[in-house]
Ligand binder design. Structure first.
Ligand SMILES: NC(=O)c1ccc[n+]([C@@H]2O[C@H](COP(=O)([O-])OP(=O)(O)OC[C@H]3O[C@@H](n4cnc5c(N)ncnc54)[C@H](OP(=O)(O)O)[C@@H]3O)[C@@H](O)[C@H]2O)c1
Length: 219
């Protein structure tokens, strides 16, 4: 399988790249900083420098030709302000989805966030509100498309070792955290289970093995 990962140098993205490459899949990693190319190669991906806040849809679509799946794993990151929540967390996802449609890539996994789709907690300030607004609008854009989409909303991400034990279900799931390792492993299993599509799923650590949690979502 050939998968395009937007934000290919991200922490989840590199974990996902390692998992996919280890079993012989091809990974095309869209990165904006050329200095990240070596890390992507070391993980087993093919780096392509493509700044998703500047690229045109035709350019992104050209990088997606021949892929079976796209994963939106980019994010403006914790140090960024409200403007980049819009240009990355919303607009770059819209751009990737436009490009997926143009390139004929039907399977699309969007990493969103728990909290999206709900009013933001006013105590968390303006940047949080902009982040939730951006994720919510990116989700709405994806749901309206004729793609085989999954909106995946992880809880608070950690760098702890994965346990492969999760709660994965349609909202609402009780708030919680989840290791990035497990988010990557869930995405691999979702990519392998095309029958699970057009669903919004929340993800935290839990007590169900990942394969069983995804199987439980089969129609
Ligand atoms: N932190 C949490 O607790 C939490 C919870 C739920 C969901 N999430 C979401 O989960 C997703 C992945 O999280 P993560 O921790 O793996 O993220 P991460 O490590 O911050 O990775 C995000 C990646 O997006 C890239 N990116 C930013 N702007 C870009 C652009 N214009 N073009 C191409 N790539 C660009 C970044 O590249 P640069 O290094 O060049 O900036 C970075 O490699 C994010 O969308 C995040 O919002 C986070």
């Amino acid at each position: 399988m050939r998968t395009v990962i937007a934000g290919g140098h991200g922490k989840i993205a590199l974990r996902l790249t390692r998992l996919l490459a280890a079993r012989g899949d091809e990974v095309i990693s869209l990165i904006r900083n050329p200095e990240h190319a070596q890390d992507v190669r070391a993980a087993g991906g093919e780096p392509v420098v493509c700044d998703l806040e500047r690229a045109q849809v035709e350019e992104v679509a050209a990088h997606m030709k021949g892929a079976e799946a796209a994963v939106f794993a980019a994010g403006a990151g914790p140090g960024s302000g409200a403007a980049r929540k819009d240009t990355v967390d919303r607009a770059a996802s819209v751009l990737l989805a436009d490009a997926a449609e143009q390139a004929g890539v039907r399977r699309f996994v969007q990493i969103s966030s728990m909290g999206a789709g709900n009013p933001p907690d006013p105590d968390r300030g303006e940047v949080w509100a902009a982040y939730i607004e951006a994720k919510t609008r990116a989700e709405e854009d994806l749901r309206a498309r004729d793609l085989d989409w999954i909106v995946l909303r992880p809880g608070r991400l950690t760098d702890e070792q994965g346990t492969c034990l999760v709660t994965l279900a349609e909202p609402p799931v009780s708030p919680g955290s989840v290791p990035r390792d497990d988010v990557a492993a869930v995405i691999v299993t979702l990519l392998d289970t095309p029958e699970v599509r057009n669903r919004t799923l929340e993800l935290t650590s839990g007590d169900t093995p990942i394969v069983g949690a995804v199987r439980a979502l089969l129609p």
